[in-house]
Design a protein around this ligand. Structure first.
Ligand code: 13P
Length: 252
């Protein structure tokens, strides 16, 4: 972890959460956060879109921020079922995940689509968390760095800065599987992303690069200590405060 980059510990609830139980968990997280008057990291929860407004009310006077999990490229219009960045902002979000591998796979999202969504997030006043990551087949074919370069170059929004964009490296084979990359592998990919960013941005040293994929309390400390790892994007272990807080605690 570099001193010049403030860590971000982010939870992605994916398609999980009904109002009552979600509010209970988030209140527990907020209570933990309130024990730290000046946390050394940013804390974010990305609930399903149905809960953004309600969860933003729960976190309103705390250090915990709320984000969306996806947004449409347009501000409004005839796009049934979609949600714009402006709507997420209006509901209380300050971040939006774009290009998660589940959306790239389930909704055929290309790098160009992800880039447009990240630009839409900026237009709507949100910080974009742009996800990249290789599949198991790509890793086994020794294509990891090539795939990551392609995704970083082509998904990064125009006008990206360290203030408005975060990169999340999530190896697809590590998501929800209990498998994590070794610290050495994570270090190699994050260093590669940092180098790619260097050729694309002026303030690349300041951009945060998160690791995601089966992060939990028992492995978070080791992963957060890896060079160029500036936080975590957490799925399963973010659903309950008792599981998520120990991950936050590695960086607070
Ligand atoms: P898990 O932490 O459940 O592996 O999910 C990671 C992820 O996809 C976060 O966006």
């Amino acid at each position: 972890m570099s001193n010049q980059r403030r860590p971000l510990i982010a939870g992605n609830w994916k398609m999980n959460g009904l109002a009552a139980a979600a509010a209970t968990e988030l209140k527990a997280l907020v209570a933990e956060a309130k024990n730290h008057s000046a946390p050394n990291c940013d804390i974010l929860i990305c609930p399903p879109a149905t809960l953004v407004r309600e969860m933003a009310a729960v976190t309103s006077d705390s250090a915990v921020e709320i984000g969306g999990q996806d947004c449409h490229g347009n501000e409004s219009g005839a796009h049934t079922g979609d949600i714009s960045a402006e709507m997420l902002k209006d509901a209380g979000a300050s971040y939006c995940i774009v290009g998660h591998s589940e959306r790239r796979a389930d909704h055929d999202e290309s790098n160009a689509t992800v880039k447009a969504k990240a630009e839409a997030a900026h237009r709507g006043g949100l910080i974009a968390i742009v996800c990249v990551g290789e599949t198991l087949a790509e890793r086994e074919a020794d294509k990891t760095l090539e795939v990551i370069s392609d995704q970083v170059k082509n998904s990064l929004p125009s006008g990206a800065t360290a203030a408005n964009t975060v990169i999340a490296y999530e190896p697809v084979w590590a998501i929800g599987t209990g498998k994590t990359s070794t610290p050495d592998d994570v270090a190699a990919v994050h260093a590669h992303i940092r180098k790619e960013l260097g050729s694309l941005l002026d303030d690349s040293d300041k951009m945060r690069i998160l690791y995601g994929g089966s992060v939990k309390g028992s492995n978070a400390e080791e992963l957060m200590a890896v060079e160029n790892v500036d936080g975590a994007l957490v799925g399963g272990a973010s659903l309950k405060a008792v599981d998520f807080w120990p991950i936050v605690a590695t960086s607070i």
